[in-house]
Design a protein around this ligand. Structure first.
Ligand SMILES: Cc1cc2nc3c(=O)[nH]c(=O)nc-3n(C[C@H](O)[C@H](O)[C@H](O)COP(=O)(O)OP(=O)(O)OC[C@H]3O[C@@H](n4cnc5c(N)ncnc54)[C@H](O)[C@@H]3O)c2cc1C
Length: 265
């Protein structure tokens, strides 16, 4: 079972050396066990001579899910809920720090398959970052919640988009402010603050006694560099979160952003 547990969605294909290292076993012992698992259909050998899980594992997993009786009982409810909402509905149980999908009634709305993430009975996700998981965790005693969601390593960092429009920020009487000109990632919590600053600067520049186009240009010039430091600094922290080997110092970057945000307007 420990050998089967080495295979994960992130590491679906493993060689004897990978498995032996993971489990602290000798390569010859690992090889003997692996040969047995291949003979039983729990592992398959690919062209690269490495191994992946065999379909027999799915049979076992489905048998375990079915044996709880949960799927059978929940099906009519999942289907009714799907019909009422027109969205995909899911049933999962908490299994340690993860949720385990027991059943799904898929919706056929346009675009739904993009948000369904190819999840199916037997799929697992960390409980702390899914709505289903949060609902299940919410009913546990505090101590148990802390134990299940205390592992920093479980945080799944994903890219977040940002926007930085190079001036001009106006055309005729239409002018960009806030996120439309410079939407920053959440890493420094500056989006709304910068949108409010835009309004203050825009108001000052519009009050100056000069043609409208010159005021709008002066507004963008005053704002651009400050917003650029914030957008690019926040992006850098986000990139570092996803790849800790990048030569980025997140604390120093954050300090640079905060200094820029605190400078007089
Ligand atoms: C989850 C989350 C947490 C955040 N936390 C922070 C934080 O802690 N600190 C911080 O400073 N910032 C934070 N932000 C960022 C902040 O919310 C935004 O930067 C800020 O709201 C941008 O203001 P805005 O007026 O430019 O745009 P928005 O607030 O997006 O306002 C644009 C408005 O235009 C409307 N609209 C869009 N298209 C049309 C149309 N065609 N016709 C009419 N109306 C339209 C929209 O409905 C919306 O009401 C957070 C953002 C998110 C999503």
């Amino acid at each position: 079972m420990a050998i089967l547990g080495c295979f994960t969605p992130e590491r679906p294909v493993l060689g004897i050396a990978d498995i032996a290292d993971d489990l602290g076993m000798s390569r010859s012992t690992t090889h003997r066990y692996v040969i047995t698992l291949v003979a039983l259909g729990f592992l398959e050998q690919g062209a690269s001579r490495k191994y992946r899980l065999g379909l027999r594992v799915t049979d076992l997993g489905m048998s375990a899910l079915n044996s709880t009786g949960l799927r059978e009982h929940s099906r009519p409810y999942l289907e009714e809920l799907r019909q009422r909402t027109s969205y995909t509905t899911s049933l999962a149980v908490l299994d340690g720090p993860e949720i385990l999908y027991v059943d799904r009634a898929r919706s056929f709305r346009r675009g739904q398959n993009k948000i369904d993430l190819n999840l199916r009975p037997g799929s697992r996700l960390p409980a702390y970052c899914t709505s289903l998981g949060k609902v299940l965790l919410a009913n546990l005693p505090d101590a148990e919640q802390r134990e299940l969601i205390g592992d920093d390593q479980a945080v799944v960092y994903r890219p977040v988009e940002s926007v930085l429009v190079t001036p001009p920020w106006h055309r005729g009487r239409v002018v960009l402010i806030g996120d439309a000109a410079h939407a920053t990632t959440p890493h420094c919590g500056q989006g709304a603050a910068q949108a409010i600053e835009d309004v203050l600067v825009l108001r000052e520049e519009l009050a100056a006694d000069r043609p409208l186009a010159a005021s709008l240009e002066a507004y963008a010039t005053r704002r651009f560099e400050r917003c650029k430091v914030i957008v690019e600094g926040s992006e850098a922290i986000g990139a570092w979160e996803q790849d800790r080997s990048l030569p980025i110092d997140p604390l120093a970057t954050r300090a640079t952003v905060i200094r820029a945000a605190m400078a007089p307007l």
